[in-house]
Design a protein around this ligand. Structure first.
Ligand code: ATP
Ligand code: MG
Length: 342
């Protein structure tokens, strides 16, 4: 079976974008793939995190995975820092990747802001660690939202350069003509890019300072309804055809969210709501969101009440992840020419 790897950062409240752009796919892939889902806590500290809050968020993302329907017994759920192969392989990749590649990443530019010199070195090297996350398992497919497409292309570049730089040694150690596979992105969820509720040109994000920009998986029905009521829109009625959503990013986003949650096309949503005002559409959207997210939030709260159980899930996943990654990392060490302990 093909192997899937993906990660979510424990950097704040999980939101509708994470759910529709990533987690829904994680759940769907379980029948056809061997899946490894990682809470990427080492990525999280590329931007400073309050330690107690970080621990809480690691457990909360784990709870969200399980509440959304990921099976941590059939598949693997763990947090990155428990499996040292990620950090070890990332170092090798730091020496394969070029600084210029990292400088071109839009996520780095967005998150570093104006004062690039003052960003952490880890934030710049983020894609190198992400390549290590994926390639430590020789994963062939990575389900992510569209914002991660550029990082996945870089993962392929790093794999390719490693395969080239060490071609002789790779063949010499019996690995044929490529050590790492060229991983394919799976950018296919019901909505690969959900936008902020406050600004239809910015993606919905955990690190957006405004809580009104996103719907969190743990929001209660009043919060969901209020955020949708306050969501930015224009003054026009909804169009009857999807063509009419062009140049109306906020309207397009809300219709897209409705479509994704209902499992409909945007046109089917407009067949139902075209010609109506947002004052009529927003309550229908709020009701749908509460209906879909309510049970997940409730399940997360139930799981969060027993942190010991969550930690057990993570420890169990880490042992199984380590068993896959360790021999692959040993292979890397041999190929690079390191001497390892036997
Ligand atoms: P941060 O702001 O800390 O980077 P984030 O909201 O971008 O947080 P991540 O943990 O970086 O969340 O990403 C987890 C997964 O969710 C990734 O696969 C990413 O592509 C996906 N994702 C994030 N935001 C969106 C969005 N607005 N729409 C669709 N998918 C998204
Ligand atoms: Mg992100």
């Amino acid at each position: 079976q093909p192997r899937v790897f993906s990660g979510v950062q424990p950097t704040g409240n999980l939101h509708l974008g994470n759910y529709l752009g990533a987690i829904v796919n994680f759940v769907a892939l379980q029948d056809s793939h061997d899946c490894i889902y990682c809470v990427v806590d080492m990525h999280a500290i590329t931007v400073w995190q309050d330690p107690a809050e970080l621990s809480r968020q690691i457990r909360e993302v784990t709870a969200a995975f399980v509440a959304a329907g990921i099976d941590p017994v059939k598949h693997i759920v763990f947090n990155q820092s428990q499996v040292s192969a990620h950090a070890e392989l990332a170092w090798v990749f730091n020496c394969v990747a070029r600084i210029g590649w990292m400088n071109r990443m839009t996520q780095f530019k967005d998150k570093a802001g104006k004062d690039k010199e003052n960003a952490s070195l880890g934030l710049l090297a983020y894609p190198s660690l992400m390549a290590a996350d994926i390639l430590a398992y020789k994963a062939t497919h990575v389900p992510v939202g569209e914002d991660q497409k550029q990082h996945l292309e870089l993962t392929r570049d790093i794999a390719q350069k490693f395969n080239n730089d060490y071609a002789g040694s790779i063949a010499g150690h019996g690995y044929g003509d490529a050590f790492f596979p060229l991983t394919e992105p799976l950018i296919t969820g019901p909505a690969t890019r959900i936008m902020s509720l406050r600004d239809g040109t910015k993606k919905m994000s955990k690190s957006d300072p405004s809580d009104y920009s996103r719907i969190n998986l743990t929001d209660d029905s009043d919060q969901i309804a209020q955020k949708i009521r306050k969501a930015k829109t224009d003054a026009d009625a909804l169009p009857g055809e999807t063509e009419g959503l062009k140049g109306r990013p906020e309207a397009d986003n809300l219709v897209g969210i409705y479509a994704a949650l209902a499992g409909l096309s945007k046109q089917a949503v407009l067949d139902q709501f075209g010609g109506q005002q947002f004052s009529a559409f927003k309550p229908a959207l709020a009701e749908l969101a509460v209906q879909k997210l309510g049970p997940i939030g409730a399940d997360m709260r139930r799981l969060m009440a027993d942190p010991g159980h969550i930690d057990q899930i993570l420890a169990n996943g880490a042992i199984r992840a380590d068993a896959i990654a360790r021999p692959i990392l040993d292979g890397v060490k041999d190929v690079v020419g390191f001497i390892r302990r036997n």
